[in-house]
Write a protein that binds this ligand. Structure first.
Ligand code: UN1
Length: 502
C-alpha cells in the first residue's frame, strides 16, 4: 500500500469528505517518503472573511451557554478523540513524520487537555476582594473574550490547536484554525472529529469551530481582522515579529509561542546515566523538531569526559529510519529546506571552531525524503549558530567550570522557552530555579527540556513571545476580566475618602 492509499483510507475512516482533500491544488506531502499524499483547496480571502463573520455570530450565542454546559462539548470531544486515537496518531506519523509512539502521544496530549478543560469549565473563578467602603462588595467576573484565531505549526500539527480550542470553547470563544500548510490533513481530520462531538452535543451555533486551510494570506486575515479578539500563534520568532505588532496595532490580544533555544546544564553531582538518556530524548526525539528540543548543553569539566563520549556513541548508534516501517527513534526532517538549514548551521559551526559528530544525510527511501543522523557539535564557545534556533537535531555541547557563568551563558540567547539542570545538589538546583537562575518559561530538574505535561502553563519569555497556553491559569488569556463593585448600603461613600457633596 502506498502512503497515499493509506492516507486516503485513514481520512475516510476519520470522516473527512474526499472533496476536502483532493483536487484542490495545494499539494501536501509526507516527509516519510516526500511523496504527495493529497491536495486540498486553500481558502480564499472571501472564505476567510465569511468564516470570521460566522464565528462572530456564533460568539453571541455561545457566550450565553453556561460554562459547565460548554464543558460537556469538550467531554464529548475527548470521547471522540479516544475513539479515533489510533487512526489520528497514524495520520500524524504520516503527515509530520513522527514515530508511532510520538504520533499517539500527540493525540494523548489532546485527550489530556480535554479532560483538563472539562474540569476547568466549573472552575472559571474570579476573586472576591475586600473593599474599603462599608456596605460594598467587590468581585471579579471572567467573561468570554470573542473569536480566537489559532495559527499552528507542522511539528505539533494537532496538539497545539487542541490546547487552544479546548480552553477557548470552554471559556465561551469560537475558534478559527489556520494549520500549517505542511499539515492540512491532520487538521481536516481533527475538525471532523470535533464535528462529531458538535453533532452529538446538538446545540452549538454554526461556525463555532472552523478550519481554514491555506498559506500566509489566510493567517493574515485572522491577524488583521478586528473581529478576531485573540490570535494564538505558534511558529518561528520571525513569524511572531510580524504577527505580534499587527495584532497589537489594533489592540487585539496575542498569545505567541515562538522559537526556543533550549539548554541543559550537567553538574558534577548529576546522575550521568539518567542525564544521558534525558539529553538523548530531548535533543534527538522528534528529529529535533520540537520547539522544546534541547539545542545546547553545558557540561561541567569534571564530568565532560565521562558524559560526552557516551553521548557521541548514542548519536552514532541511534536508529534513523522510516518510522512507519521500522522501530527507528529518529524519523525524517519535514522537508529539504529543513535539511539544508541543518547543513548550513553545521557549516557555520565548523567555521566557528566546532567539532561535528554526525549530521550527514542518511539515504532512506526516495531522494525526496530527508533523513539525517542527529549531530552533536562540541563547541569551544557559545558563538555563531549556537545563538540561534535551527529546527533540526543539532546539539551544541560546551564545557563549563563555574555554575554562575554557565547560567549566565544559558540565558545569553534570544529565546527563553525551556531549560533543564541535571544535579543532585540542592543548592545548584535551587539556584537554577531562582530569580537569578534560568530565565525560561519552563525550568526543569533531572528531566529534559521537552515533553511538558498539559497541566502546567506552557510558553516562554523573551523572543519566545511571552504567551502561555495549556494548563494552570492559561485560560485567563482566553477571557476578559471585569471588576465589579456593588453598593448594597443606603450611603454613597467614595473611595479614597473623596468628598463630593452636591
Ligand atoms: C511544540 O513543539 O510546539 O513539551 C510544542 C513538549 C510538547 C509540546 C511541544 N508537549 O515537548
Amino acid at each position: 500500500m502506498t502512503l497515499k492509499t493509506e492516507t486516503d483510507a485513514l481520512l475516510a475512516q476519520l470522516g473527512v469528505a474526499r472533496g476536502a482533500f483532493t483536487g484542490g491544488g495545494m499539494a501536501s506531502f509526507s516527509p516519510i517518503t516526500g511523496e504527495a499524499i493529497a491536495d486540498p483547496a486553500p481558502a480564499t480571502a472571501d472564505e476567510a472573511a465569511a468564516a470570521i463573520a460566522r464565528a462572530k455570530a456564533a460568539f453571541r450565542v455561545w457566550r450565553m451557554v453556561p460554562a459547565p454546559r460548554r464543558g460537556e462539548l469538550i467531554r464529548l470531544f475527548g470521547e471522540e478523540l479516544r475513539a479515533a486515537k489510533a487512526e489520528l496518531g497514524r495520520l500524524v506519523s504520516i503527515e509530520a513524520g513522527k514515530s508511532p509512539s510520538e504520533g499517539a502521544g500527540e493525540v494523548q496530549e489532546m485527550i489530556d487537555i480535554c479532560d483538563f478543560a472539562v474540569g476547568l469549565s466549573r472552575q472559571l473563578y474570579g476573586l472576591t476582594i475586600a473593599t474599603e467602603r462599608p456596605g460594598h462588595r467587590m468581585m471579579e467576573t471572567w467573561h468570554p473574550l470573542g473569536v480566537v484565531g489559532v495559527i499552528s505549526a507542522f511539528n505539533f500539527p494537532v496538539a497545539v490547536w487542541s490546547w487552544n480550542t479546548a480552553l477557548a470553547l470552554v471559556c465561551g470563544d469560537p475558534v478559527i484554525w489556520k494549520p500549517s500548510e505542511k499539515t492540512p490533513l491532520t487538521a481536516l481530520a481533527s475538525m471532523a472529529i470535533l464535528d462529531r462531538a458538535l453533532a452529538r452535543f446538538g446545540e452549538a451555533p454554526e461556525g463555532l469551530a472552523q478550519v481554514l486551510i491555506g498559506g500566509a494570506e489566510v493567517g493574515a486575515a485572522l491577524v488583521d481582522s478586528p473581529d478576531v479578539a485573540l490570535v494564538s500563534a505558534t511558529g518561528s520568532t520571525r513569524m511572531g515579529r510580524i504577527v505580534g505588532p499587527k495584532v497589537a496595532a489594533r489592540f487585539g490580544r496575542a498569545i505567541l509561542e515562538l522559537g526556543g533555544n533550549n539548554a541543559g546544564i550537567v553538574c558534577p553531582s548529576a546522575d550521568l546515566d539518567m542525564a544521558l538518556r534525558a539529553v538523548a530524548f530531548g535533543a534527538m526525539g522528534t528529529a529535533g523538531q520540537r520547539c522544546t528540543t534541547m539545542r545546547r548543553l553545558f557540561v561541567h569539566e569534571d564530568v565532560y569526559d565521562t558524559l560526552v563520549p557516551g553521548l557521541i556513541r548514542a548519536y552514532g548508534s541511534v536508529t534513523v529510519g522510516n518510522p512507519l516501517e521500522t522501530a527507528a527513534l529518529v524519523g525524517p526532517l519535514i522537508d529539504g529546506a529543513a535539511y539544508r538549514a541543518m547543513q548550513s548551521a553545521l557549516e557555520a559551526a565548523r567555521a566557528a571552531g566546532g567539532t561535528v559528530h554526525g549530521g550527514e544525510r542518511v539515504a532512506i527511501g526516495p531522494d525526496t525524503a530527508f533523513y539525517a543522523r542527529p549531530a552533536l557539535v562540541e563547541m569551544p564557545d557559545q558563538t555563531g549558530p549556537v545563538l540561534e534556533e535551527t529546527f533540526a537535531p543539532i546539539l551544541y555541547v560546551m564545557k563549563y567550570s563555574d555554575l554562575d557563568a554557565a547560567i549566565e551563558a544559558h540565558n545569553a540567547v534570544g529565546a527563553g522557552l525551556s531549560s533543564s539542570i541535571f544535579t543532585t545538589d540542592l543548592r545548584e538546583m535551587e539556584l537554577f530555579l531562582s530569580a537569578r537562575g534560568s530565565d525560561c518559561g519552563i525550568a526543569n530538574v533531572n528531566i529534559g527540556t521537552s515533553g511538558a505535561e498539559i497541566g502546567g502553563a506552557f510558553g516562554g519569555e523573551k523572543e519566545t513571545g511571552g504567551g502561555r497556553e495549556s494548563g494552570s491559569d492559561a485560560w485567563k488569556g482566553y477571557m476578559r476580566r471585569a471588576t465589579n463593585t456593588i453598593n448594597y448600603s443606603r450611603e454613597l461613600p467614595l473611595a479614597q475618602g473623596v468628598v463630593f457633596d452636591i
